[in-house]
Write a protein that binds this ligand. Structure first.
Ligand code: CTP
Length: 433
């Protein structure tokens, strides 16, 4: 009996998929179809898949060509499958020509011509609304929004606006955008979503204008250091039924969410000690102290909650320039310490110590793709999601889901979380000696 195997995502099942499965089956007597698991797709950065794994499997099953359906869960699985299922021929579309030649060591590899003019990507582009993102900036770095939005179905970057017209021109050329908007009105007319990437002192006014113009807003974090201004923005967003998102990546990242789940699920017992440090030295963009501090406080609020019983802070500063800050929070079962190094360097990490173990994310924890867990029973594990991105991709994927479902509040990092961070910063600044 000749055994064949083929793989695919099979999202938004189409004629090309049907033809491929039919031809794969005709190559032999028994066909195994590997459907990519959700986690595998996330791991390779494919966040645009619309159908659930169950639907994709069901659609493959309905063709009647597959004798067995398996899921593809990790890189390198194909070799194990070929050996395990004693495969004679591996079949795949010729868009992959050459990419699987190494499997010739295990079985015959056959590339089959694709059905012309159709793909899941094309259907996604046609059927799902593309939300255009307009950018308001005052700097050349784009925080990778251009690259990351290119990888998410449902968003594309449109025009750029900057008060400095020369900068806008350069930005447009550098990132090959759709042009410079001469004024805010032009930008708003061209966009569904506005990304605000300006100094903290200007964020409030741009965010306010964009929301009032009925646009969804992603704004660098924090929006403002004034809780009154911040509250006003949230109120406008609610009134206009528009999404207002803090551009904070960690709470959207799969690594962070998995770590939060482990801690809140009791895997390391009760939290005794929470440490989060961040240092400007390791960031490629000139963050201000407040942005660093906000970034470091947010994970604590997500993991330990808002109900600390006391807070204490110490800010080392030269005039207005804050060089280092340490903040302590007492929680009912333990304490949290946040270190922020502006000119003074600190090691970037999150370390959470519990009664039954410790979890840790090292360098660049806001975009890390793994975390470690050491348990008091002597076991240690590394949880890896194999995903390299600065986190914008998850935030944008969430934005697209929210827009398509008509939801305006995100649970990843809510209004309550956002406002609490500002309140903490306000208090720390007020307490400075
Ligand atoms: N395929 C095909 N003809 C098409 C589209 C896909 O023969 N028009 C084949 C692919 O070569 C692959 C299998 O179907 O062997 C599963 O492909 P998949 O990547 O799931 O489908 P695409 O439509 O190519 O998806 P995407 O646009 O997301 O890459």
């Amino acid at each position: 009996m000749k055994r064949i195997i083929t793989y695919g995502t099979f999202d938004l099942f189409h004629e090309g998929h049907y033809n491929m499965l039919k031809r794969a089956k005709a190559e032999g007597d028994y066909l195994i179809v590997g459907v990519t698991g959700d986690r595998y797709d996330v791991g390779r950065g494919k966040l645009s898949v619309k159908d659930s794994l169950a639907t994709r499997i069901e659609n493959v099953k309905k063709t009647g060509f597959a004798d067995m359906i398996i899921t593809e869960e990790y890189l390198g699985q194909k070799i194990s499958d070929i050996i395990k299922y004693d495969i004679d021929t591996f079949v795949i579309g010729d868009d992959w020509r050459g990419k699987f030649d190494h499997l010739n060591n295990y079985c015959t590899v056959k590339y089959i011509s694709r059905t012309e003019g159709i793909s899941s990507t094309k259907i996604r582009e046609e059927e799902f609304k593309i939300n255009r993102i307009g950018i308001i900036t005052d700097k050349m770095s784009d925080n990778q929004i251009v690259k990351e939005s290119g990888l998410i179905a449902g968003v594309s970057v449109g025009k750029v606006y900057a008060e400095d017209g020369t900068l806008a021109g350069k930005f447009n050329n550098n990132y090959q955008l759709q042009g410079v908007a001469g004024n805010l009105r032009e930008l708003f007319e061209d966009s569904d979503v506005i990304y605000i990437r300006v100094d903290i002192k200007d964020r409030y006014r741009f965010a306010k204008e964009a929301l009032q113009a009925g646009k969804h807003v992603i704004c660098d974090f924090p929006f403002s250091l004034d809780s009154g201004e911040q509250k006003e923005l949230w109120n406008i967003a609610r009134e206009k039924e528009r999404i207002l998102l803090d551009n904070i990546k960690a709470p959207y990242s799969q690594t962070f969410i998995q770590m939060m789940w482990a801690v809140q699920g009791g895997l390391i017992g009760d939290v005794i000690d929470f440490n989060c440090s961040v240092s400007k030295k390791d960031l490629d963009i000139p963050y201000l102290f407040y942005e660093l501090a906000a970034m470091a406080v947010a994970p604590m609020l997500k993991i330990l909650g808002h109900d600390y019983t006391s807070m204490d802070s110490r800010l080392i500063h030269e005039g207005d320039a804050i060089e280092f800050a340490t903040m302590y929070f007492e929680y009912p079962t333990g304490r949290a310490k946040i270190n922020v190094g502006n000119t003074i360097r600190v090691e970037n990490q999150i370390e959470i110590i519990g009664t039954k173990g410790t979890v840790r994310i090292g360098d660049n924890w806001w975009k890390a793709d793994y975390f470690e867990m050491d348990k008091t029973d002597g076991t240690n594990e590394v949880f890896n999601i194999n995903f390299n991105s600065n986190g914008f991709r998850f935030l944008l994927a969430n934005l697209v889901d929210m827009i398509s479902q008509g939801i305006i509040e995100t649970k990843f990092f809510s209004e309550r979380d956002s406002r609490k961070v500002t309140a903490i910063l306000e208090e720390a600044i007020a307490n400075r000696e």
